[in-house]
Design a protein around this ligand. Sequence first.
Ligand SMILES: Nc1ncnc2c1ncn2[C@@H]1O[C@H](COP(=O)(O)OP(=O)(O)OP(=O)(O)O)[C@@H](O)[C@H]1O
Ligand SMILES: [Mg+2]
Length: 242
Amino acid sequence: MSLLAVRNATVAFGGVLAVNDVSLQVDRGEIVGLVGPNGAGKSTLFGAIAGAVTLRDGSIELDGARLSGCPPHRIARMGVARTFQKVRLFGSMSVEENVMVAAGEHFGGRAARAATAAALETVHYAGDARTPVAGLPLSDRKRVEIARALAAGPQLLLLDEMMNGLTVDETNALLASIKTLPQAGVTVMLVEHVLHVVRSLCDRLVVLHHGRLIAEGKPADVLTRDEVVAAWLGGAAEQGRA
Ligand SMILES: Nc1ncnc2c1ncn2[C@@H]1O[C@H](COP(=O)(O)OP(=O)(O)OP(=O)(O)O)[C@@H](O)[C@H]1O
Ligand SMILES: [Mg+2]
């Protein structure tokens, strides 16, 4: 059985079908890229999986249990964690405290401390965990953001544009960390505009355009299809960051 099963999901904002009859599955241990131009519905679909956005039609299941219709905190407990397009951290708090706050929502005292240490290790945070996050480089703040999501012990992690604003070296370093997540038991779905990241990181791609799924499959196959080139690669994808 797939870990995640999205069936005929539709999300409407007023008259706009931000997600339009999308069906997809993600298997345990996969890294699946959700791509497409701006406004395609990628973040909205993440919101629907995490319970922040209500489906008008369709259903979403994790490991056979229905997520859609459940409140976000229940879905988090069922094993879904996410990061947001904009880094959301408590600037004056330390790296460790930021992750502890997230871990504390799911575990008590000692277990929260262990989950915090494990999450920081999983993202390869190499600095001093007592440093306030406000002074950290963006790449480390992103690591802390991912560690916060991991602190809940998710089965499925949704990463929304984690590479935004990073240099090429920072991107490659973070990419290497994300690549190890399946070994830590975390299945990953990520939204990404940087083409080489998508290519090197994702086992499979799902392409959205105007809320609809227009292509899915292996990156090498999907990225050469005419409809994907026309919808995404011709414009919104970031090229040239080898
Ligand atoms: N809360 C909202 N209320 C109304 N419309 C919304 C809301 N959130 C998103 N939309 C609309 O839904 C559509 C899909 O937006 P979404 O943010 O999911 O796209 P996206 O693929 O994540 O784009 P981007 O690459 O720019 O982040 C857009 O037309 C957007 O304007
Ligand atoms: Mg988005």
